[in-house]
Design a protein around this ligand. Sequence first.
Ligand SMILES: NC(=O)c1ccc[n+]([C@@H]2O[C@H](COP(=O)([O-])OP(=O)(O)OC[C@H]3O[C@@H](n4cnc5c(N)ncnc54)[C@H](OP(=O)(O)O)[C@@H]3O)[C@@H](O)[C@H]2O)c1
Length: 321
Amino acid sequence: MSGWPLRFELVHLTGTTLVILATTLSLIRCIARDIGGSRQSRIRPTEERVLIIGASSGLGCAVAKRYAARGARLCLVARREEQLSNLARECGEKCFWVVADFSNVEDMVRVRERVISEWNGLDSVHICAGVSAVQPVMSLAGVKPDDENDASNTDIQKAFNLAARATQGNFYGPFVAAVTFIPLITRTSASPSILLASSVAAVVPAPTRALYAATKASSLLLFQSLAIEHPKITFTFILPATIEGNFRASAVDADSATRNAGPNQHGLKVDYAAKRCVDSMDKQVRGNVVIPWFPYRIAQCLYNIWPSLIEGQARKKYNFR
Ligand SMILES: NC(=O)c1ccc[n+]([C@@H]2O[C@H](COP(=O)([O-])OP(=O)(O)OC[C@H]3O[C@@H](n4cnc5c(N)ncnc54)[C@H](OP(=O)(O)O)[C@@H]3O)[C@@H](O)[C@H]2O)c1
């Protein structure tokens, strides 16, 4: 019993220290960014050549509209043709679109050839495409929480196939896009910039999101390593919490109820998340941008130093006992 007040004091002290440290570091980053000079002095907004992968809905679509509003040159990419052509019409004459799967090498090379023939180069890439996954890991193999039976070959294979689809959408796609566009953007831009839409789930584990978290974390680490290997390119990683919209319907493991549930009305406004993407690239923010900063940045720090605290809270929230 007597250990409790001491433990509470320790949590309080650790929390306060983390908040002060994180605020100070953020301030230093902002000042350093402003001293560095703006990207728009090197590339005029109306001349910026912007490729948006995953533009047919949600975040990518909202990012495209922001660039169109300031007169940028736009290439929109996704698999759904109708959504792309409607958006391209809305974005105006400086916009073209290519139907392509970003995890398909031939498709991405075709996008690159079109970009070269239209613009002879590229300044900005926003990788917004991704797929969701919403089941607990053992449910992917049909094993219920209280099941004592082992999963069969068929069940494990089914889980494996779902994991492969999540990997295709969240790791191979960003990987193929990076390998396809890094030399072109380095060679042809005065300020080459690549933004990856990752997720807060990539840095704070969450039950029922394990497959999503694992595949988003793998592309995040890939790009963080690429940022070290390619210092001429500014790499920005946006890590949002839940955004309003239809993302859950894209889940590789969605049942019909999830697929037909309709758009999620909760979470970050998609326009706000898009603004943060465009602003972060304009300001040449390197590294992770967690939105909202509070409480997720704190949760990330706390998980590193005291995982059982975050695990316990998440277990309680999602009812895993
Ligand atoms: N929504 C959230 O709560 C949330 C939270 C944190 C992070 N994020 C991340 O934010 C990004 C955008 O999510 P969102 O909410 O905008 O979801 P969304 O509305 O489902 O949009 C996803 C986009 O990705 C495209 N896409 C998916 N697979 C593709 C493929 N193989 N090739 C080309 N395009 C593909 C889709 O287009 P087609 O289907 O037409 O190909 C669509 O344009 C994702 O990377 C997601 O992980 C979302």
